[in-house]
Design a protein around this ligand. Sequence first.
Ligand code: GDP
Ligand code: MG
Length: 194
Amino acid sequence: MLIKNPILTVSAVSPKQYPKDNLPEIVLVGKSNVGKSSFINTLVNRKKLARTSSEPGKTRQINFYNMDNKFYLVDLPGYGYSKMSKQEQEKVGNFIEEYLQKSKNIALIVFLLDIRHEPTSNDKLMYDYIFKTNLPCLIIANKADKIAVTKVESAVNSLQEILNPLKDIVFLPFSSERKIYTDDVWNILKQYIH
Ligand SMILES: Nc1nc2c(ncn2[C@@H]2O[C@H](COP(=O)(O)OP(=O)(O)O)[C@@H](O)[C@H]2O)c(=O)[nH]1
Ligand SMILES: [Mg+2]
């Protein structure tokens, strides 16, 4: 899908600031540094729309990227950054939950994992939380460029085996580094924006 004019329109630190135009929201969830901001940039083919960082734990607000007035891509703060104190981590967790509970416009949750690693305990908590919200979810096994192409399919399958043995959720590989699999992802996203 070609987005002509992606713009960061709102950086919210409280629910009062969430956009009020009721466009559908596709929200990026995942631990710090897994590649959420890069994912947004890759989908819209921009280098610096969403701020990325090799230093995790930087985003403390909820960024709403307006996509041609059709929908929002929503960049949430990452969880599980080890250098953050327990207290700070809890704050970030509450912040994420508040958004997931209060926004009335979430059309799809895109949950990013690292294709190389087993889900962390925080990933599992987040997965269970998302599952309980009953919202539609797409799982992305990111940084697929970090393993051999021939290993990608089995790596995605083993992540699914751990989190979703019933296999009723879509899992897809992705790589912002190599910009591959973006068409597959767009084909899913399109189903949730009308
Ligand atoms: N190799 C590789 N690196 C990636 C990929 N996506 C993101 N990164 C890198 O991972 C780091 C964190 O990315 P960022 O998008 O800021 O993660 P966020 O904290 O989840 O928003 C940056 O150094 C990115 O360049 C990917 O698909 N492959
Ligand atoms: Mg980010």
